[in-house]
Design a protein around this ligand. Structure first.
Ligand code: P6P
Length: 354
């Protein structure tokens, strides 16, 4: 599997390897989703169809595809030789990949799912630890997976933190690198892959301060660079929120929704997969909201907030603080998020009295 011109976006070889491995993982997940759709259309007997009879750290029932996608991400990150640790929506504990580390990406044992990686240790490929940069990746391997059975777009989301190793024998807990005040500002790059009418990988790099999009060409199994520098429109016509919870929203949020409904230029779209709703917001403009604190900070809010901010938009919490300025104390912490085009976000802030 190839990804075009990745080296134009990153200079660190360890990060280039990591992004290439993540792209490859997304291809495997994309393929698995489409195979499962065929299994489901028959008798649902396929080894990736249906529920996994287990729940994740959020207490949410896991689909077999969730666990498979988790395994694929863990394997890819290990094989990149660029990671010291991982945080996955599907596993409660931090996954320490260093020699003698803790978790090895433990997951529910399911028949017929991705074989766990042959080696539990990462090999630095002869590189002394510390010669190359090392990273921690936080990911939701298959966000919105309950939508797969209905043919609705889903996606993978990830954020990358640089681990400033002190070299040989470094025993500090890498998590302390991640869970600091203004945690979001430690995200050095982030991305998502949307598995929809096309498989689109979108990465925001803080270094080049731009958002780049690749589209998987199934005929050559290559990610073609299709969007070299994405900017979110200054104003959009779409607001995206689950209005089924309107009774739980603040008066300010209700005011914003009412204003959108009374406006002749706004319309509503809500897929129920964050990746699909944010991808559309990034490209078409407008706003996306999840004000009830369901979404996870490290691998949903921060990556999407970085994406939107680097593309020229804004992402805030319910209190108006910038999402990326949030401090996070635990790896699965949730938070409220509002993101989108600058001018629409100004309208929102007026309604929220911010
Ligand atoms: P609701 C999917 O389960 C998810 O985590 C996000 O992808 C999505 O934005 C949100 O939850 C949808 O939640 O409560 O509207 O179904």
């Amino acid at each position: 599997m190839m990804i075009e011109r990745l080296e134009e976006e990153f200079s660190d070889p360890a990060l280039i390897r990591l992004m290439a491995k993540i792209a490859s993982a997304c291809t495997e997940i994309s393929d698995a989703i489409r195979v499962q759709a065929i299994d489901d259309s028959k008798d649902g007997s396929g080894n990736l169809s249906g529920r996994a009879e287990s729940t994740n750290v959020q207490g949410e029932e896991q689909m077999k595809l969730d666990i498979y996608s988790h395994d694929v991400f863990v394997k890819a990150c290990k094989e990149s030789n660029s990671c010291v640790g991982l945080i996955s929506e599907e596993v409660e504990e931090y996954i320490d990949l260093r020699e003698g580390g803790g978790e090895r990406g433990k997951r529910g044992e399911q028949e017929g799912l991705a074989p766990s990686s042959s080696s539990d240790q990462i090999h630095d490929g002869g590189q002394e630890l510390g010669e190359e940069k090392k990273y921690i990746v936080a990911f939701d391997p298959l966000d919105g997976s309950s939508n797969v059975a209905y043919g609705v777009s889903v996606g993978s989301i990830f954020s990358v933190f640089e681990y400033k190793t002190t070299g040989e024998g470094d025993t500090r807990n890498p998590i302390e690198e991640v869970l600091k005040p203004q945690t979001g500002r430690n995200v050095m790059c982030a991305g998502y892959c949307v598995y929809g009418s096309s498989t689109d990988l979108v990465i925001a790099t803080r270094k080049n301060t731009r958002v780049v999009g690749w589209t998987l060409d199934p005929s050559s199994n290559t990610y073609v660079k299709t969007r070299a520098d994405i900017s979110i429109p200054q104003r959009g016509k779409i607001y995206s929120i689950n209005e089924g919870y309107e009774h739980k929203f603040s008066e300010g949020m209700k005011r914003y929704i009412r204003d959108c409904k009374e406006s002749s230029s706004m319309t509503a779209r809500y897929v129920g997969s964050m990746v699909a709703d944010v991808h559309r917001t990034l490209l078409a403009g407008g706003t996306f909201h999840y004000p009830l604190g369901k979404l996870r900070m490290l691998y949903e809010c921060f990556p999407m907030a970085l994406m939107i901010e680097v593309a020229g938009g804004l992402s805030i919490s319910d209190t108006g603080s910038n999402t990326l300025d949030s401090a996070v104390e635990s790896i699965h912490e949730r938070g409220a998020i509002h993101l989108g085009s600058k001018e629409n976000m100004d309208d929102l802030k007026k309604c929220l009295r911010l």
